[in-house]
Design a protein around this ligand. Sequence first.
Ligand code: CP3
Length: 337
Amino acid sequence: MTAPLFLRACRGETTERAPLWLMRQAGRYLPEYRQVRAGVSFLELCKTPKLAVEVTLQPIRRFGFDAAILFSDLLVPLEAMGLAVEFTDEGPRLPQPVRTPADLGRLATFDPAARTGFVLETIAGARRELGDTPLIGFAGAPFTVATYAIEGKTSKGFGETKKFFYREPEAAHRLLALIGEATRDYLVAQVRAGAQAVQLFDSWVGVLSAEDFETYALPPTAALVAALRATGVPVIYFGNGAAAILDRVARVGADVYGVDWRLPIDEARARLGGARAVQGNLDPAVLLGPAAEIERRAREIVRRGGKRGHVFNLGHGITPDVPIEAVEALVAAVRSC
Ligand code: CP3
């Protein structure tokens, strides 16, 4: 039996067509997700394996995507490390963020089975239902998780994060290393529970200068990627807004690089030093436009991505306002290439 399309593309193999999944594919643009979510809070949904399995499967049933992604959130391991996390209508809030070196004393690595058993159960449960469709586990990359620990919410300017880095560099390195170690244990546990690939979301890395990327983000991320690759599953690193520093990004050592929409995918690949596999690139906002434009742009990405080591995806997560018909048009276009 040949391995699933998605896993072959992740390994840099040539595939008959580009496998396709979408970041944030399980979420509010799906009526069946909104229905489940009507009865429970977002964190309850993440922590109830039966429901989390159900929403993980929803986009696979509806669109037949070539990979499923664990339904959870980037902030789940931060809560397990000891920081309280709340989800409000305005997004996530951490009421006691890390602002001083002493605050680091409130954070610790954790036993994934003891603190995040619901995630491992969700993975095992989803695997039982998924058949041949591979399951991706995920976590935030150390820098992006650190921004939530320090800012206490999704930030615009990331002023608190940078202030902490520049005023307390030693504590900043300790925080990033600690998050990296906790994330390693957490993702190794996800792989043992059945995740067949893992993705690191570095959603806010684009706010860093090249120097700060090299100083703060790269060392803990490269160490994490190396430890994860030792498990044998493909490691995907998605850096949003990182087009200007892709030469440095390549040094994280991932199997697959997720790229946003700022550069054409072939140019991004060249700047990554010819990455063995790339994923992403369609601006999610294109899904708010007409079907003909979605098709044209999707075909262009398929052409530029090439047949070798190419996973089709968006350049960032799908937004709640995307119509189902737009996703149908996208799936049909990518499948017909
Ligand atoms: O991809 C998937 O379908 C799996 C599910 C998934 C969620 N969050 C579910 C979610 C994944 C992979 C994430 C990762 C995540 N979470 C990231 C990185 C990805 C990215 O988009 O850059 C980040 C930055 C977070 C933190 C987070 N979670 C924010 C900022 C928010 C609020 C903004 C928003 O989209 O609502 C969330 C909430 C969240 N995570 C929702 C979902 C489905 C919406 C919650 C709801 O149902 O009300």
